[in-house]
Design a protein around this ligand. Structure first.
Ligand SMILES: [Ca+2]
Length: 323
């Protein structure tokens, strides 16, 4: 009975350790990238030469180009403006660093409406979602400065992420809460030097980080896995003002290609097929030392326990014989 119990424990512990090893390795892979390269064809930065090329950036609505910024809307009511890249993004793993500034005379809570950063199939279309079309296809990152919903339990300004499939509708009156994937509160209005926003998409993980003081101190806002974004979509930024307003300025949008670690394939395998998984993967893992130590330890324990049991049995027999 004892030996059976021990064997069961060894089996359970081994399975647990194998799972932990695989989990640790896959988590490390998710975060790792080797290098990043600025891709100018997708980026917008001073001196904003991109607007002179028809294949690059385009202005819409009230958007205008100044020396140090592109203003999507001025601090005036009922304005809409946008900028859109004309080059479809063909990269699989990337990071977009957006430097923006939302500022105006009004107190926070009495200004609006905010801005959106886009990576969508559609481009250059007016609409009610921060000055761009609703029922979009792709990614929208919203910097919402005005709480429209009276039921709001969130602190504004509020940054949120939505993935549109062409049918989902962003509800402006509820600040997009029903379709929000994740988000966070962020004081990104009237910052002296503007706010930096990072949108990182790597191996189907989407992360959004914010640096509101320009001190290179990043706050994690969104971190979600299982996001599938097709290539060939367009980068853009848009903004709208209503009764309340603000200046919504984009200072730069820099797109970096992320070079990720390629894990060489040593053995053929099929995802989601159990018969190809556990045992083969265990042999694959180079860091099997903890397993070796565990097996040695368990073997020694079993040896000691078994030995003492045999010894006790032998002692008992000896005692019986001597009676
Ligand atoms: Ca709002």
């Amino acid at each position: 009975m004892f030996s059976m119990f021990t064997l069961k424990n060894i089996h359970d512990l081994t399975c647990l350790l194998v799972v932990l090893c695989i989990l640790r390795l896959s988590m490390a892979e998710d975060w790792d990238f080797l290098d990043e390269f600025l891709k100018r064809e997708y980026s917008l930065m001073t001196p904003y030469r991109g607007f002179s090329s028809p294949s690059s950036w385009e202005l819409k609505g009230t958007a205008l180009v100044a020396t140090d910024y592109v203003r999507l809307t001025p601090d005036l009511p009922n304005r809409q403006g946008a900028i859109w890249s004309g080059t479809p993004l063909q990269l699989h793993d990337w990071e977009l660093k957006v430097h923006f500034k939302i500022h105006g005379k009004a107190k926070t809570g009495m200004s609006g409406d905010g801005l959106a950063i886009w990576l969508t199939k559609e481009r250059m279309q007016d609409g009610p979602v921060f000055g761009s079309r609703n029922k979009f296809t792709g990614l929208g990152v919203f910097v919402d400065t005005y709480p429209n919903s009276v039921k709001n339990d969130r602190v504004f300004p509020y940054v949120s992420v939505m993935l549109g499939n062409g049918a989902l509708s962003y509800e402006h009156d509820s600040d997009g809460q029903p379709t929000e994937l994740a988000g966070c509160s962020s004081r990104d209005r009237n910052s002296r030097d503007g706010v930096f926003l990072r949108i990182r998409y790597i191996k189907n993980r989407l992360m959004v980080m914010l640096d509101v003081d320009g001190k290179d101190i990043w706050k994690n806002c969104v971190n979600i896995t299982g996001i599938h974004l097709p290539t060939g979509y367009y980068l853009g930024a848009s903004s709208a003002t209503g009764d309340l307003s603000d200046n919504h300025d984009i200072i730069s949008m820099k797109l970096y290609e992320l070079i990720i670690k390629k894990v060489p394939e040593h053995i053929p395998k099929v995802d989601d097929k159990e018969e190809f998984q556990v045992e083969i993967q265990v042999k694959q893992i180079s860091e099997v030392r903890p397993l070796t130590y565990l097996f040695t330890f368990l073997f020694l324990c079993a040896l000691v326990v078994g030995g003492s049991k045999v010894y006790r049995h032998w002692e008992e027999n000896k005692r019986k014989r001597s009676y």
